[in-house]
Design a protein around this ligand. Structure first.
Ligand SMILES: C[S@@+](CC[C@H](N)C(=O)[O-])C[C@H]1O[C@@H](n2cnc3c(N)ncnc32)[C@H](O)[C@@H]1O
Length: 452
């Protein structure tokens, strides 16, 4: 018997959502913990589908539930509430037959150890079925077009007054799966043939040489040649970073804030003659970076260090100091609110707090100053974030330029995205991409001709 017949996947999804909302666990960790006992890949996929879906549409589902329950559930019954939201989500947004959605959700409720929960969920879901049309009408009258926390919606409206509804709508949709073909090993056309041979299809993206968009969403180990390093999973906007550096041959490149190494791998694929140093302060994440490079059969100097405190951490593999040289190019993929990638990580909406932004900005300022000291005169630094908030993007870069007289913007000669007072922004969903901000800076010598 499928575990789904016993309600196990629905229970796992409800508990994962409760972990995120109650204890601030991130989505990846919550899913990992709650699916350990689930062996069937279809059941696992169902847990993912339900968890992502409910997190994307949370306020709407909560409004439906509030209309159906006449009292507020106690905080200790968050598990029951999450299961109820899963039930409503299935009835409202999935193609699961209604009877299966109700019966399996009720079966899951029986396993909560709360004798009242199954009857409660059964009654509310059946009431939802009866009142679905009326609830849709109420929802459309509420004129709420997005499923974002209020503080974040306000900030997005403030920074992108005309684009805000579109940004939030795109952030609540499933993203496509982008691939980056390792062009040093196989051409894009030949990789497409490998996909077709296993029943998959993909379209080449015009202006990014290694990029493909898959027509399906699949797990990465089923991609042909993934374990052998023929291909990586990376959004199109993230693939722009290495290209925008426009590094000359045999350059010294620093990939600051590098883990899990998506961009380190791409830098090495684009500039194979260059020497790349990747710095990361988190031990576990640096391990992932090293695994990623090993899979791609690429070599970088990888260093465990906190850039802002310049402490070299104890690390079994490397004892070198990243400040031992000046770099021709620095990629700073700064820690940020990740508000541009909510479509991939819907938990961000519920984990991020408005007070986080000021802390992130302080770190971004500090990182820029520390790294700029290691940029050689004439060198180029690319500042990027996967944020859509002005405060973390062009406002950070403008202040940096104001306090750093020999730094200048090297404008990006591109047509995509939106020009900001400095740098450019791609908004989520535009060109099918994640939301990213890019600003290219140079440490001036005397004239622009001296740029390496
Ligand atoms: C946006 S992620 C980088 C993603 C990466 N560039 C990629 O493409 O896979 C930011 C990374 O910066 C690291 N980080 C944050 N502050 C740092 C610091 N002071 N020194 C070094 N690494 C830092 C975080 O641990 C995190 O792994």
């Amino acid at each position: 018997m499928h575990q789904s017949d016993t309600g196990v996947p629905r229970l796992a999804a409800a508990l994962a959502i409760a972990d995120i909302l109650k204890i601030g666990c991130n989505l990846h960790e919550a899913l990992h913990q709650r699916t350990q006992q689930i062996t069937d890949s279809r059941d696992k996929a169902l847990v993912h589908e339900l968890t992502y879906g409910v997190l994307r549409l949370l306020p709407k589902l909560q409004r439906y539930a509030a209309n159906l329950i006449s009292y507020k559930l106690k905080p200790k019954d968050l598990d029951v509430e999450c299961l109820l939201l899963i039930g409503i989500y299935q009835l409202d947004s999935l193609r699961v037959p209604d009877h299966a959605a109700v019966n399996q959700t009720v079966a899951a409720a029986r396993q909560l150890g709360k004798p009242w929960a199954s009857g409660f969920i059964n009654a509310i879901l059946r009431n939802f079925q009866r009142r679905q049309t009326q609830l849709h009408t109420l929802e459309s009258q509420a004129a709420v077009t997005h499923c974002f926390p209020e503080w974040l919606a306000k900030r997005i409206y403030n920074d992108w007054p005309e684009m805000a509804p579109q940004i939030m709508q795109a952030s609540d949709c499933h993203p496509p799966m982008w691939l980056r073909v390792n062009l040093g090993r196989i051409s894009r056309a030949d990789y497409i043939k490998q996909l077709v041979a296993v029943g998959l299809t993909a379209r080449p993206y015009p202006n990014i040489p290694a990029a493909l968009i898959l027509d399906q969403t699949i797990s990465m180990d089923t991609l042909p040649g993934f374990n052998e390093g023929l291909v990586s999973i990376q959004d199109g906007a993230a693939q722009l970073a290495a290209l925008l550096l426009e590094a000359k041959p045999k350059a010294n490149i620093l990939d600051a804030c590098a883990a899990p190494g998506g961009k380190t791998g791409h830098l090495l694929e684009c500039y194979p003659e260059s020497s790349v140093t990747a710095v990361e302060k988190n031990t576990e994440r640096l391990k992932l970076l090293r695994q990623n490079l090993a899979r791609l059969n690429l070599k970088a100097r990888t260093i465990l260090a906190d850039i802002t405190s310049n402490t070299i951490k104890q690390d079994r593999d490397e004892i070198s100091n990243w400040t031992d040289r000046q770099y021709d190019y620095i990629l700073l993929d700064a820690p940020c609110s990740a508000t541009g990638v909510i479509r991939r990580h819907p938990d961000i909406k519920w984990l991020r707090r408005s007070t986080d932004i000021a802390h992130l900005v302080a770190t971004q300022n500090h990182l820029l100053d520390c790294l700029y000291a290691q940029l050689r005169p004439g060198g180029c630094m690319l500042y990027i974030t996967c944020s859509i908030l002005a405060q973390e993007n062009h406002e950070v870069v403008l202040k940096f330029l104001q306090r750093t007289p020999d730094a200048k913007e090297w404008p990006l000669d591109v047509t995509w995205g939106h020009a900001c007072s400095v740098g450019r922004q791609i908004l989520p969903g535009e060109q099918k991409m994640d939301g990213f901000y890019f600003a290219r800076l140079v440490k001036t010598l005397v004239s622009r001709d001296s740029i390496i």
